[in-house]
Design a protein around this ligand. Structure first.
Ligand SMILES: [Ca+2]
Length: 338
């Protein structure tokens, strides 16, 4: 019976195989359909990605080019800036050179004029009378006839007609004014910066009737002045005693209190007080007991000037606790003509 059934079994298997093959074929045919769609999408995506990459690369290249252009522009601007700076430096140098030449001419002029006329007291007013009208430093040579020493002075040829010889200036603040008698007698500091001309020179110059003008500036940039129509010092034997009169101006009369007072320094207390005013107020001045002004006091920079009473004060304007930003004291003889 088994032998009789074998061909049927084989046939059955063959049919099954055919059926299986047939059943697989449609699947195989349907797969490529969906696989083809997938590949198209992938290809499309790939193309898009490629395009985007290309755009990105292009953008990158463009940014790089822009960056290079900007760097080049910055470098060019920097170069131009350096060239301009060089030009400014050159111009400044030329200006300085011209200025020096003018100053040398001023000095030479002052010297030659002095050497040919020893009949006048030499100061900025007499230079002005000889038509020297530029404010600046002048060197007055030694004069045997007048027995006056060589002296550098700073002339203000602008204020109220000019002809002013500066006897004091504070504007930089690096020069200490807490000095001894000898230094105040002979003078100290730099004529273009902060200085005291020297009591001996002031005494000599004020032998001719003179006016004193005091100009002060506060830290807000406001300026005021005090003028004394009469101003002179006594000699050293009389401690350079101060004489002044005829106040005018808008700063207040804060030197009147010091009138008829001897000059004091930290090593020579000539004031009218039990206290040692020069030591307390840290400068040389005509202290009475002690001050209504202290123009040779401590130079306090902005913000520090209210902390003590030893500053560069002028009570008539800002009281005892305010130290000025700038001070100039200058003299001019009554004989001055504009
Ligand atoms: Ca005293």
């Amino acid at each position: 019976m088994a032998k009789g059934k074998t061909p049927i079994v084989i046939l059955g298997l063959a049919l099954l195989l055919l059926a299986g093959a047939w059943a697989q074929n449609p699947k195989k045919k349907s797969f490529p359909k969906s696989h083809k769609g997938c590949c198209d999408e992938v290809r499309s995506l790939k193309v898009q990605v490629a395009n985007l990459t290309s755009i990105l690369e292009e953008l990158g290249r463009k940014q790089e080019t822009d960056l290079i252009t900007i760097v080049r522009q910055v470098m060019e601007l920097d170069k131009q800036n350096r060239q301009q700076e060089a030009r400014v430096t050159e111009a400044e140098s030329k200006y300085s050179e011209i200025n020096n030449r003018v100053e040398i001419l001023q000095l030479q002029g002052a010297q030659s004029v002095t050497q040919t006329s020893s009949d006048v007291m030499y100061d900025c007013a007499s230079l002005h009378a000889k038509n020297y009208r530029i404010s600046g430093e002048y060197r007055l040579p030694k004069d045997e006839f007048l027995r006056t020493p060589e002296l550098s002075v700073f002339c203000d040829m602008d204020t109220d007609g000019g002809g002013w010889t500066l006897i004091q200036r504070r504007r930089v603040g690096l020069t200490s004014f807490d000095r001894d008698w000898k230094q105040y007698r002979n003078g100290f500091g730099t004529i273009r910066g902060d200085f005291w001309l020297g009591n001996e020179h002031i005494f000599r110059l004020t032998q001719q009737p003179s006016t004193l003008r005091i100009e002060i500036e506060d830290w807000e940039g406001q300026t005021r002045f005090a003028e004394y129509g009469y101003f002179s010092l006594h000699n050293e034997l009389n401690s350079y005693k101060l004489f002044l009169a005829n106040y005018s101006g808008n700063a207040g009369d804060s030197l009147r209190y010091h009138n008829n007072t001897n000059f004091s320094t930290k090593n020579r207390d000539n004031d009218k007080c039990v206290d040692d005013c020069a030591a307390l107020r840290k400068g040389g001045y005509w202290y009475n007991c002690c001050t209504d002004s202290n123009l040779n006091g401590v130079f306090y920079r902005r913000g520090l000037h209210t902390k003590s009473t030893d500053g560069m004060t002028w009570y008539g304007w800002h009281g005892p606790n305010y130290s000025m930003k700038r001070v100039e004291m200058k003299i001019r003889p009554h004989s001055f003509h504009r």
